[in-house]
Design a protein around this ligand. Structure first.
Ligand code: NAP
Length: 315
């Protein structure tokens, strides 16, 4: 890499091992830790050539517009809806994300939430811990998963990894995606048709404006009282008030949720429901995967400053 070391602004930190690597390769400026982030930007903004961020933090115009020399934004996440891609595109700023390395863990989380919600594991756990098992007897029977129909909304990398796992459960698989896939699964015309066909619906699309409210009240109604909804995509894709109402009234059977409209403090009405399994947006939250994502962020920066092709540019 050329000397002097390029100036890099960290707005959201990576795993410690890759932060140490960043320290050795670049002149780091810690916006994420600054007591006065504005004063930091005033002092160093013209020198900044790269930004490191995460999916949850993203990067808005407020900062992009203050960095006249910005060449690249490297984001630890697949979903880039919190990055102002239009602002980057307009200025020719490269953007990278971290696809593939997190696919298996997120697909595992989808299956875990599917089983938890459908087999009522949260309530079953409480039944044992509280002594209700001894006091009240057997836990109610639940619907099965094996052999049922799984609808996958968004059959991309993660959606296909979920399908591969569901095949081991001998599930019949259907999907909706804007373009057909070369897969042996039924392609349904839209989300409502998919939900009407399926016993369980897993949401695996990107978030952002293009998918906002895609799982609408009619989609939720179509899934029905025996249906299970799993969302590992983004909270914005599901009409959350409609989902809460349906879960409370029994119009929807159960839900397993890794993502929420409001994070990290989801709607209390949702938290009060017994028929939901909740996870704190932790689909990719394993040590191995977060390390791999962080490595990919730094590898992209190294490629950029060496004039090599980026490993995972966002189109
Ligand atoms: P991907 O490979 O790009 O897959 C997304 C799929 O969604 C694409 O195949 C796309 O197909 C489909 N899609 C997009 N818009 C759609 C629409 N309106 N209706 C139906 N399908 C649509 O991305 P991925 O790697 O699988 O990741 C998917 C998403 O998972 C990410 O964007 C992120 O939001 C979420 N995620 C969550 C976690 C977590 O921790 N919970 C972790 C990683 C990722 P078409 O273009 O053909 O429609």
């Amino acid at each position: 890499m050329t000397e002097p070391r390029p100036d890099v602004l960290v707005v959201s930190a990576l795993r410690p091992g890759q932060m140490a690597r960043l320290e050795t390769l670049f002149a780091l400026h810690r916006h994420d830790r600054a007591e006065d982030p504005d004063a930091l930007l005033d002092a160093i903004a013209p020198r900044i050539r790269a930004v490191v961020t995460t999916g949850g933090r993203g990067l808005g115009r407020d900062i992009i517009d203050r960095l006249p020399g910005l060449e690249i934004v490297a984001c630890s996440a697949v979903g880039t809806e919190k990055l102002d891609l239009a602002a980057c595109r307009a200025r020719g700023i490269a953007v990278t994300n971290t696809p593939d390395v997190l696919t298996d863990d997120v697909a595992d989380m989808a299956m875990a939430l599917l089983l938890m919600a459908r087999r009522r594991l949260v309530e079953g756990d409480a039944h044992v811990r509280s002594g209700a098992w001894a006091r009240e007897g057997m836990f109610p029977l639940t619907p099965t998963l094996t052999g049922k129909r799984l609808g996958i909304l968004g059959l991309g990398r993660i959606g296909q990894a979920i399908a591969a796992r569901a095949e081991a459960f001998r599930m019949e698989i259907g999907y909706v995606a804007r373009a057909p896939r070369d897969v042996p699964y039924a392609r349904l015309p839209d989300a409502e048709a998919l939900a009407g066909w399926a016993d369980a619906l897993v949401v695996a699309t990107p978030g952002g404006a293009g998918t906002r409210g895609l799982v609408s009240a009619p989609v939720i109604r179509a899934l029905g009282p025996g249906g299970t909804l799993v969302n590992i995509s983004r909270g914005s894709v599901v009409d959350e008030p409609a989902m809460i109402e349906a879960l409370a009234s029994g119009a929807l059977g159960a839900a397993g949720l890794d993502v929420f409209a409001a994070e990290p403090a989801p709607d209390p009405a949702l938290l009060a429901l017994p028929n939901v399994a909740l996870s704190p947006h932790h689909g990719s939250g394993t040590v191995e995967t977060r390390d791999a994502m962080a490595r990919m962020v730094v590898d992209n920066l190294v490629a950029h400053f060496n004039g090599a092709p980026l490993i995972s540019p966002v189109a």
